[in-house]
Design a protein around this ligand. Sequence first.
Ligand code: F6R
Length: 609
Amino acid sequence: MCGIIGYIGPKSVAQVLIEGLKKLEYRGYDSAGIAVDDENEIKVRRVKGKISDLEESLAKSPLQGSYGLGHTRWATHGRPSEENAHPHRDCTGSLVVVHNGIIENYLPLKKKLKDEGHSFQTETDTEVIAHLIEKYFQGSLEEATQRAVQELEGAYAIAAFSTQDAPKIVATKVGPPAVVGLGENEYFVSSDINPLLSHTQRMVFLEDGEIAVIEPEGVRFSDFKGSSLEKRVDYLTWTPLMIEKEGFKHFMLKEIFEQPQVVRDTITGRVSLDSGEMCLDEIGISAEFLKKIKKTVIIACGTSYHAGLVGKYFIETLADIPVDIEYASEYRYRDFILDRETLVLVISQSGETADVLAALRAVKKRGAVPLAICNVKNSSIAREAEGLLYTHAGPEIGVAATKTFSDQMAALALIALHLAQLKEKVDSETNFSLIEDLHRIPYRMEKILSQAESIEKLARRFISFSHFLYLGRWVNYPIALEGALKLKEISYIHAEGYPGGEMKHGPIALIDEKIPTMVIIPRDRVYEKMMSNISEIKTRLGYILAIAFEDDKEIQDKVDKVISIPSTNPLFTPFLTTIPVQLFAYYIAAMRGADVDQPRNLAKSVTVE
Ligand code: F6R
């Protein structure tokens, strides 16, 4: 949902901003712009389109400056256009602002500012921030920003500079993330750590209501009242190489192939193959509390919700605890009931999804002790949750989540085993066998990835279909949902995921030769039921692709095509069935020429409601 970057230092400012924006582009990509201070004159360049268009424009006519700001946009207020692209200026043209988030009261503010004589150039909510800072400016950008933010309602990460109080960048946030990078005689502000990794690993994460004043000599921090703050410096271990494609055509493909390793990384050290014990003290939620819980509520959005749905099956099956799974965007507005014996799990790759963050805050208000599963270190959700289990997937750049999905399932399997042990729901033999199965998952994932070429060949046949159906049951029902989501979000083919048993209640009416169905059918407790679903579809001339165990001979002549996966404990099959649905969606989208890593209308972290 928009990316912001600011730089002050000796390097080429435009170059640093462009390189930074490329690493933030996954957050939004309908328009982009930079502003630099060139000897006390602000030079702005904005384009409708991608960072490459901005780069082209700058190559034709370069901008020089000693510090500056950049922005990549995901439109909320005002269509994508050059005028609505950030940075935005005040009336004098001596101040610029970039913003990530939504100013909810921008219409009354705009009216008031207009009545006071300010003139507006854009349809955006952001422009009110520039005019508000202008209104309160009396020589100190920091003080004017402090006063301006008092009037803002909504969510914002803002960075601004003014030629009348220079050289200086002021940044602040309420809601969306902002991180300050501390280099050698150079300083940065950014929406996330990705643009900073090639310059420094020393970062300071801003909390809501904090202001950073970035100058050539260093960075100062204060709160909205102007009191100075001492902030902790974090050393990030992610490396710049982690955010390169490394020979893969798209980040998504690279990230699909990283799955065995990231699952390994997430499991390693947290469960012992020797003793069969879990080592999850790091989560920060006491074993005494977990032993007593009677219920679990899982809250998430999108793909993380699908991982949560898999987690429901893990926890119910292994730990014998009832689990409710909720969309954060619904839950936050519900009159939900929570008691002290409920474990709340919030799942978010980015740790910044606005609805998940709001739901987390709502459950904390009701006295719950939420445990978060996050991938991004020091993200807002990671910081605000009471308990925390990080997935070790590294940065995920493709907008469609893949490796973080598998990693979230791995984290949920660990939590389910932990609860099962604490509640004494598994005997030692079963426990060892589950742990062994879990450790073997990455090897089995590798085996499926080695068949990528044949999945690519298969996908070629389907590139011109307009509709697709995905069916799964029990623990693979969430994978049917995830498969459909992957296909629609990156290839723009309409796809629906259904539990197989629901077919008869409506969707079967859709079946004909024009709608292929992907059936996920490992040998598990619903295998025979899925077989019946298959014959119902075949009777109606539907084409069927099945994902099934490699030793399943029975399926071969019941369907049109089979993608084989190695046999494993049925409960853990989602780790394996996920890979073919991801690869299938990826190849179809890539062959259709879609922008796989940056699908239209989407952004990686949804920091607005
Ligand atoms: C789909 C996808 C989204 C995210 C959702 C939640 O491929 O990536 O559906 O899963 O926006 O994001 P996080 O996990 O960052 O809260």
